[in-house]
Design a protein around this ligand. Structure first.
Ligand code: HEC
Ligand code: HEC
Length: 443
């Protein structure tokens, strides 16, 4: 079928060519053998109605002028139109790149809402998905809720090739399935490219990323800071109570809400100060456990998910058992050895980092930090015995690695360059990485 379809056009072309060649041959034969034969008589006899040709005067004035003017017009057209055309050419190419980029983004966005948003949230802002853990034989162990990462910083940590690898092959055994054809998924190469283009379009700015990272740390120390500042805690409680008490009184509600916002701002500033005063390994621990921006979700068992209890909240589904609660402890005790122990850095999707393993892998803290900065690359060794496997899954935390695998910056996927041409920074600062390394080397 393919061959046939392809040859239809070729057949058509051949037919036109044959008609043209035969026609030309007939024309030649007619002219050489027929029309070109010797003349039969004088010119006057053959064409008695022929007009006398233009006089010399006419030939040298109007006729000549006409030829010269038309030559000049042609020259001007060539001289002006061609440069004008070339002037527009780079803009036209740029416009096309932008046009196709926009088209990729909008198609990717539609696909994302259709296939990914149920887990990753609308706009890729993160979400959760209900699933279960099973043993090796596939037997049900417990119902859980998996925290699905926001994708708004994914390209700060992974190159486009690495994101493509994740989309193609998924991340077994997590709920992230294989989507691309190479991994047995339903999407074509172009659909995967469109999704990557969409993911690129939702990336936060470098400032927003740092704000998000800090926000996660502030949330983690909230209880500690409130315990250390009972005055602030009491004022916040009172202000929140006032919001509740204001009821229908709009002016009172507005004033109470303003008070809460001011106190939350004070709490945030106090927390940032509190974090700055921690020593590096303590800061590193917070950074390590910082959700999608941290390390625990891949390096600590059970960090990515929570148990869902037997009860259901009407209209909201199963109740999620928060870490460290009484109910969770009961569930953990009930399941016993069926589930891994929650050991910080004890190894999950990424390797176990405890028992001094990072000290054996990296002789110095600098070497260790260097690895966390650039991450792993498929098939490339690191440290004393490390080997980046499965597409290079350990993210780069300190530099934007862009399309490091292909080694080129295609206009469609050149994420690591900012609009002013400078390089986009990584997700964490060098100080933050040094703090994490100090924590990890003590595990
Ligand atoms: C059933 C839920 C689910 C669906 C649907 C889903 N994902 Fe995921 N995805 C996940 C989970 C869970 C993870 C994190 C796995 C882990 O804990 O390491 C993830 C991870 C990822 C990552 C890596 C992010 C990171 O920071 O590690 C990317 C990129 C991604 N998904 C893109 C997509 C795209 C694009 C689609 C739609 C084609 C999609 N996902 C559909 C659940 C889902
Ligand atoms: C998306 C999952 C993921 C996240 C998040 C992650 N890692 Fe990893 N990490 C891995 C994987 C997988 C490896 C093994 C190397 C590979 O194949 O890429 C690894 C390897 C490592 C190693 C080398 C361990 C060894 O003994 O070989 C260190 C150190 C490390 N990660 C530190 C970190 C730090 C620090 C963070 C947070 C800033 C972090 N990781 C976040 C997946 C992750």
């Amino acid at each position: 079928m393919h061959l046939l379809a392809a040859s239809t056009q070729r057949n058509l072309g051949m037919a036109i060519a044959v008609v043209a060649i035969v026609g030309f041959a007939i024309y030649l034969i007619y002219n050489v053998l027929w029309a070109g034969r010797g003349e039969k008589g004088s010119e006057l006899e053959l064409a008695p109605n022929r007009k006398p040709y233009l006089s010399d005067d006419e030939l040298e004035t109007s006729k000549l002028d006409l030829a010269l003017v038309s030559g000049l017009v042609t020259l001007v057209i060539i001289g002006v139109a061609l440069p004008l055309y070339w002037l527009g050419e780079p803009g036209r190419q740029q416009g096309y790149v932008e046009f196709s980029r926009g088209q990729f983004t909008s198609r990717g966005g539609e696909q994302f809402e259709e296939r990914c948003a149920s887990c990753h949230g609308g706009g890729g802002l993160g979400g959760t998905t209900a699933t279960s853990i099973t043993d090796d034989a596939g037997n049900f162990i417990a119902a859980i809720e998996w925290e699905v990462p926001a994708l708004t910083t994914a390209l700060y940590r992974f190159s486009e090739e690495e994101v493509r690898h994740i989309l193609n092959y998924g991340r077994p055994p997590t709920p992230m399935q294989a989507w691309g054809a190479p991994g047995g998924g339903p999407l074509t190469t172009q659909q995967v490219d469109e999704l990557i283009q969409y993911i690129q379009s939702i990336q936060l700015s470098p400032e927003e990323v740092q704000g998000e990272v800090l926000g996660g740390l502030v949330l983690q120390v909230r209880d500690d800071v409130l315990a250390a500042r009972p005055d602030l805690r009491d004022r916040l409680e009172q202000a929140n109570a006032a919001v509740g008490a204001a009821g229908a009184d709009e002016a009172a509600a507005e004033a109470a809400a303003r008070e809460v916002a001011a106190l939350e701002q004070e709490l945030r500033e106090t927390s940032e100060q509190y974090i700055r005063n921690l020593n590096p390994p303590e800061q590193g621990e917070l950074l390590f456990n910082n959700g999608v921006y941290g390390c625990a979700r891949c390096h600590t068992p059970r960090d990515s998910w929570r148990f869902t209890g037997p009860e259901e909240k009407p209209g909201e589904g199963p109740v999620v058992l928060a870490r460290g609660t009484e109910q969770e402890a009961q569930e953990v005790a009930r399941l016993g050895s069926l589930i891994p122990a929650y050991v910080p850095g004890g190894g999950a999707f990424g390797p176990n980092l405890t028992n001094g393993s990072t000290l054996r892998q990296f002789d110095t803290a600098e070497g260790h930090a260097g690895f966390v900065t650039i991450g792993a690359q498929e098939g490339v060794g690191y440290g004393n015995f490390g080997q980046g496997d499965g597409g290079g899954q350990m993210p780069a935390f300190g530099v934007c690695v862009g399309d490091r695998d292909s080694g080129e910056r295609s206009p469609l996927f050149g994420f690591c360059m900012l609009e002013d041409g400078s390089d986009r920074p990584g997700m964490l600062t060098a100080d933050q990485i040094a703090a994490i390394v100090a924590y990890e080397r003590g595990l």
